[in-house]
Design a protein. Structure first.
Length: 298
């Protein structure tokens, strides 16, 4: 009974953490849709050129809510794919609180954050450059059209009601969006938490201490799990000297908090969502492996 209570409590806490971020994100998106619709495309076009830079910097803040917010913004095409990946890669999740609790040297912790941010920024700009090159080669527009209204239709929040175009209506629509995603995240977090308990954190820890290359792959796979437990396990093993810096970075770079979970919920293009997850995994694990190959230590 105590175990069930802990699983439910952890799931509720993890889900509640993202509520402010989701609500603020939807408020912004609703405002863009209702008040500045004719300017939204222009705003996106002007900001996308430095989006990965901002994404990489904001992502290092120890809150998984940023990755959830980014997933919604990308689904509405308010930010680019490169910006989304930059945020996912730099997201710190549970790493910073755990390092602080273990009295980890502040200077070393800052270096880890800088590495994550730099990898996210570089990867983000490279992805956006590649996407633009592909679009131009196929005579497509550089930017995908903003489609916030499609999210509204999917969530049935009645965003287009004539009586709901004021601030109250915007807040109401944002709240409906937020509650829908909150319930979705809560249910799946409960399921994932139960699975992790069944498998056992000790068994997951043992898997990460296998062959160096395999450990990077396994760390990346663990990072894909939208739950705080994997990042805690990976960081703890690094603090105990059980895994290398590169292995830890493989898992933490791939770990985007609940960002991927929200992306699969709000973005209707399932194939594109899978591609995002694969891209995140490849960049994260290869970056971590490169860190070990270069012999980088902190």
């Amino acid at each position: 009974m105590e175990l069930i209570f802990d699983i439910v409590l952890d799931a509720v806490i993890d889900s509640v953490k993202i509520l402010p971020f989701l609500f603020i994100t939807y408020l912004i998106m609703e405002y863009l849709e209702h008040k500045t619709q004719e300017y939204t495309a222009e705003i996106v076009q002007k900001t996308e050129h430095f989006g990965p830079l901002l994404g990489g910097l904001f992502g290092v803040v120890p809150q998984c809510g940023f990755s959830a917010a980014a997933s919604n913004l990308y689904a509405g095409r308010v930010i680019t794919l490169g910006t989304l990946i930059a945020i996912y890669l730099s997201t710190s999740d549970e790493m910073i609180p755990l390092l602080i609790s273990e009295h980890f040297p502040v200077g070393t912790m800052i270096k880890i954050l800088i590495i994550k941010a730099l990898i996210g920024i570089i990867a983000g700009f490279a992805i956006d450059f590649s996407v633009h090159a592909y679009h131009r080669a196929h005579n497509k527009a550089d930017e995908d059209p903003v489609r916030i209204n499609e999210l509204c239709e999917k969530e049935h929040c009645h965003c287009d009601d004539d009586d709901d175009h004021g601030l109250v209506g915007i807040a109401k629509s944002a709240l409906i969006h937020t509650l829908h995603i909150f319930l979705f995240v809560l249910v799946l977090t409960l399921i994932l938490g139960a699975l992790i308990e069944v498998i056992g954190q000790e068994r997951l820890s043992q898997l990460l201490q296998t062959n160096p290359v395999i450990s990077h792959i396994l760390a990346g796979i663990l990072g894909l799990i939208p739950n705080c437990a994997p990042s805690v396990i990976i960081t703890t093993l690094y603090l105990d000297g059980m895994i290398t810096l590169g292995t830890m970075m493989s898992g933490l770079l791939v770990g985007a908090g609940i960002g991927l979970l929200v992306l699969f919920r709000v973005n209707p293009e399932k194939k594109a969502n899978i591609n995002v997850a694969v891209l995140l995994f490849i960049i994260g694990t290869l970056s971590g492996l490169l860190i070990d190959v270069l012999g980088i230590t902190l």
